[in-house]
Design a protein around this ligand. Structure first.
Ligand code: AMP
Length: 568
């Protein structure tokens, strides 16, 4: 007997909406409370989607549910509306939410939290997205103050459970969204641990795009007499080709490090694997990306098993966002569901290309495959296009203007996040006071400007002005490179006429200054490496000696200029 034998089956539904009258009454007709239905009308939803029509009534009636549905079917509202209706009382308890939604990724956590917030505005629903990579302090404060709905990735949820900052004994409804993705990401044990903390009388809804045996066994164990719903994808794609956006950039070898940084800054991957040809390339690139503020991990055949396990654990746990690997080392590893796959060079075999990019773009989410092509490698790219019968678009590298608008988007996203996280009361009175004599729109625009400048001030310095081809954008929330301190009269700045695009790393400078000039490492201050030059903070007394000692030194075959930086 398979697990699914135990589960009620409703007829699969993929047809058009049934004849329910449009307008808020179409939602009211399936039991949605008037204030929630009004919010939907305001959003322009005219009638429930098939999954909403099938899932909402049983969920409102308190039934457990097993739903097979992909993203884009309206499944978020299908569980969010019953959740809002059944769990939100307007009286959040400290650390004890009444609803818990588990999702595989940070994006989905934000997206679902935002949808719940939007639908539940009239009920003043409090919702908190929690995911790894975000400061835990703020999450702790909001949980402590009390939220009714928590939308979390399993790892971070477990973290909070262990700290007792999240207690699940009041949960009335738990939702597992994209359960197959969560299992693929290795969250099976975390999910079990979390579900075991729920009170016995809670309701559970499990949504998954596919229903492999592992999901059915979770359903069998944790769902009580569930109603089962299957919603066919709207437009089944012929051959189930993965949705992967394939792009290529032509980049000369010397510019590849910087170009990768820039492309990734535009793309903002949450988990990406970068394929390199050799161990040395892996190590160099890992260091270069680390110096640009990325959390990058190297994986190659030179690592012992224990090191590899550690690397993979950090990558799967979201503590690193880039896995830089040789093909051989990555082969056989259970890492799919990546947001991005990067071919740092064109793979010589079309099968390798197909295999690599198959690791991204799953379960209804678009994946991105990026390929760097050195000018002489053009033919290899054509070979791949020929073998795969797919066109790979060659695009221009993002420009400074592209990055600027991307940063504005990120500022917008973090403002949305701040609104969701709440804790704004202390500022509200300030806004009220200022709005006595200032226009609220002007006020908001000024606040956005300050927030934006604060995140990106570091990139507005000479690096960006001088470096229009490969400006380094220090992204938000990433470890920046400390700026030298120009105001201390005992210190001075050394200008180095080589930068990231020459392959220069902070370690190279420390090595040269310590070994060639004999300046002890502890006297070498902050080092800033931009794409085209670098600045090193040094004792003023040592600077002339350092310049003298380094005169004539070449880096990667190019003589490098060293001089005292006039600004420092
Ligand atoms: P989801 O599958 O939950 O990611 O939803 C896909 C998109 O459909 C989202 O942009 C929703 O805002 C939208 N949506 C959900 N339900 C409805 C509805 N009943 N009518 C119109 N749009 C909807």
């Amino acid at each position: 007997m398979t697990a699914s034998d135990d589960i009620d089956s409703a007829a699969p539904s993929d047809g058009p909406a049934a004849s329910v009258a449009p307008g808020p009454s179409a939602f009211s007709a399936i039991g949605v409370a008037p204030e929630l239905a009004a919010a939907l009308t305001a959003l322009g939803y005219e009638e429930p989607t098939p999954i909403q029509r099938e899932a909402i009534p049983p969920l409102l009636a308190g039934r457990d549910l097993l739903g097979q549905a992909a993203t884009g079917t309206g499944k978020t509202a299908a569980f969010a509306l019953p959740l809002l209706q059944r769990c939100v009382t307007g009286e959040p308890r400290k650390n004890r939410p009444s609803a818990l939604v588990l999702v595989p990724t940070r994006e989905l956590a934000m997206q679902v939290a935002e949808a719940v917030h939007k639908y539940g505005k009239a009920k003043h629903a409090t919702v908190l997205p929690i995911y790894g990579g975000q400061s835990i302090g703020q999450q702790l404060r909001v949980l402590d103050r009390g939220v009714e709905i928590v939308v979390a990735t399993p790892g971070r949820a477990l973290d909070h459970l262990n700290r007792r900052s999240l207690v699940l004994d009041q949960v009335k409804m738990a939702v597992l969204d994209e359960a197959d993705e969560m299992l693929d990401m290795g969250f099976a044990e975390d999910i079990e641990a979390i579900l075991s903390k729920l009170p016995t009388d809670h309701q559970t809804a499990l949504f998954s795009a596919t229903l492999p045996p592992r999901i059915l066994s979770i359903a069998k164990q944790h769902l009580r007499d569930p109603i089962r719903i299957t919603i066919a994808k709207e437009r089944p794609v012929a051959g189930e080709a993965p949705r992967v956006r394939q792009v290529a950039f032509v980049v000369p070898r010397a510019h590849k490090h910087a170009a990768l940084g820039r492309v990734l800054d535009m793309e903002q991957p949450t988990s990406a694997i970068v394929f390199c040809r050799t161990r040395i390339e892996v190590d160099e690139l890992t260091e270069a990306m680390g110096a640009q503020g990325w959390r990058a991990e190297a994986l190659h055949g030179g690592l012992i098993q224990e090191q590899r396990d550690r690397v993979m654990k950090r990558f799967r746990g979201g503590q690193s966002e880039l896995l830089i690997a040789t093909d051989v080392a990555a082969r056989g590893l259970d890492i799919d569901h990546l947001s991005h796959v990067v071919n740092y060079g064109v793979p010589s075999d079309a099968d390798d290309y197909v295999h690599r990019i198959g690791r991204t773009g799953r379960a209804g989410r678009e994946g991105v495959a990026i390929t760097f092509v050195e000018p002489r490698e053009h033919r290899l790219l054509r070979n791949i296009e020929f073998a795969t019968r797919q066109k790979i678009r060659v695009e221009n590298l993002p420009t400074v203007a592209d990055l600027r608008s991307r940063r504005l988007e990120l500022t917008k996203a973090s403002l949305r996040e701040a609104v969701l996280a709440g804790e704004l009361d202390p500022y509200r009175s300030l806004v009220e006071e200022l709005s006595n004599d200032l226009d609220v729109m002007d006020l908001a625009a000024a606040a956005v400007k300050l927030a934006h400048d604060a995140s990106y001030a570091a990139s507005g310095d000479q690096a960006e002005e001088q470096d229009l081809v490969f400006a380094p954008p220090p992204p938000m929330q990433r470890a920046g490179i400390a700026s030298p301190s120009p105001h201390d009269p005992s210190r001075a700045r050394l200008f180095v006429g080589a930068g990231r695009i020459d392959g220069l790393r902070p370690g190279d400078l420390v090595g040269a200054i310590a070994h060639q000039a004999g300046v002890p490492g502890n006297l070498i201050g902050a080092i800033k490496v931009t794409d085209r030059f670098a600045l090193v903070d040094l004792p003023v007394a040592a600077i002339d000696h350092v310049i003298e000692s380094l005169r004539g030194i070449a880096f990667n075959g190019r003589r490098v200029v060293f001089r005292r930086d006039l600004h420092g």
